[in-house]
Structure formats: C-alpha cells, structure tokens
Design a protein around this ligand. Structure first.
Ligand code: GAR
Length: 222
C-alpha cells in the first residue's frame, strides 16, 4: 500500500511520536512521517525526530502573537510538507476553528482520559480526586471544540489504590503508545468514516477499537 504522508505536532517529550515512528519504521502502519512540528524549541520530541531522520520545524507562539498568524504559519508548514493527515501528539496549543475545519476528518488527537470524561488539563489529578476506578486514553478526530470529536480508539487502564498522578500518567501512556498507531492505521487504510458525531469502521472486528492495559487483560482472563 502507498505510504500516506503524515505530520505530527508536538510540544514536549514526544513518547507518542516515538510510538508512531516505531510503528511506521517497521512498515506496520503504512505511513511516512514527513514533518514533526513543535510549538517549543526545547521539546525532546524534536530530538527523537532528528534521530529518525524526519524533518523538524519549530513554530513558536512567541514569534506569532496573534492566533490567526500562528494558525496560518502552521497551515503553511503542513501544506509545504505535503501532509495528508495530521496527528496531534501532546501538542499543547489550541488551534483555531478555521484551521481545524480545513483539516476536518484528517486531523487526529490523543488525550489521556476516556473522553468525553475529563477533557482539558491535569487529567490524572482530577481522575484521582474523583475516585475513579478506571481511566484510559482516547484517539479522536479533531473538531473546533477542545478534546472533543468523533472517537476512533480508546484504551482502558485501571486506577490502583495509592496511585499518584505520575504513576497513573505512566500507566496510561503505555496504552496510549498502542492506541495511537492502531487509530492511525484504521484512518490511513481508509477504514474510518465519520457519521454525525461518531466514527464507523469498515469491517470492524470486535475489540478492534478497544485496547486494555495488560493488568486488566490479566484480571479478565478466566
Ligand atoms: C500524552 O499523555 C497526551 O495524551 C497528552 O499529552 C501527553 C504527551 O506526551 N495530550 C493532551 O493532554 C492533549 N489534550 P508525549 O509528549 O510523551 O507524547
């Protein structure tokens, strides 16, 4: 299958970017990452991209004070790279509605909760405060509303007694790293279609859009 051209937008450590690089390098997901764009020049993800030989670009809000200007710079960079699909992977800037609409159905995001629960920031702190026994991650198509949009894949993770936000973050990330390649694979193979508020997957196998943390998988086994 012809490789689809994907741009990944980051702001930080880029462990999800690394998961996407690994999945594409092995050919498991038919994608070529053509650009890694960061909102911060000190993002460690840039180093991951360089090591993988992927072109990088920093588009800092400091250089583009207005939202419209910032979005235009990102839009231009995506066009120039010839991106067909955009993955937000820990990209911590809000994108304006115009840019998001221009990429409707072609822009994905990962969020560390089971959306629509716990959108926004400090997710793991809030999950612990709320006393949830379960949390997870969501890969979804991006819509102008933040951390919303049709869900492609979710991963489920247990919350354990004595968990700290950091422990929970680590456990959720493990599943994020499997969920993002899975969701991107469904999209680039043309198996997803958006129907109103939801994603429909062609020839969907039971469980294909659901990942379990290994701990849960063990507990469920009879
Ligand atoms: C991930 O946990 C991702 O789900 C989250 O930022 C982290 C980035 O980690 N994204 C959001 O909260 C978006 N609302 P990474 O840089 O190691 O991939």
């Amino acid at each position: 299958m012809e490789l689809r051209r994907v741009a990944v937008l980051i702001s930080g450590s880029g462990t999800n970017l690394q998961a996407l690089i690994d999945a594409t390098k092995t050919g498991r997901v038919p994608v070529r990452i053509v650009l890694v764009l960061s909102s911060r020049e000190d993002a460690y993800g840039l180093e991951r991209a360089r090591r993988a030989g992927i072109p990088t670009l920093v588009v800092s809000p400091k250089d583009h004070p207005s939202r419209a200007d910032y979005d235009a710079a990102i839009g231009c960079a995506l066009e120039e790279a010839g991106a067909e699909i955009v993955c937000l992977a820990g990209f911590m800037r809000l994108l304006g509605a115009e840019l998001v609409r221009a990429w409707e159905g072609r822009m994905l995001n990962i969020h560390p909760s089971l959306l629509p629960a716990f959108p926004g920031l400090e997710v793991h702190e809030r999950v612990l405060e709320a006393g949830m026994p379960v949390t997870g991650c969501t890969v979804h198509f991006v819509t102008p509303e933040v951390d919303a949009g049709p869900v492609i894949v979710q991963g489920v993770v247990p919350v354990l007694p004595g968990d700290t936000p950091e422990a929970l973050r680590e456990r959720v990330l493990e599943v994020e790293h499997r969920a993002y390649p899975r969701a991107l694979d469904l999209v680039v193979r043309g198996r997803t279609r958006i129907e109103g508020e939801r994603v429909v997957v062609r020839d969907e196998a039971p469980g294909e859009r659901l990942l379990l943390h290994p701990m849960l998988a063990r507990w469920i086994r009879p």
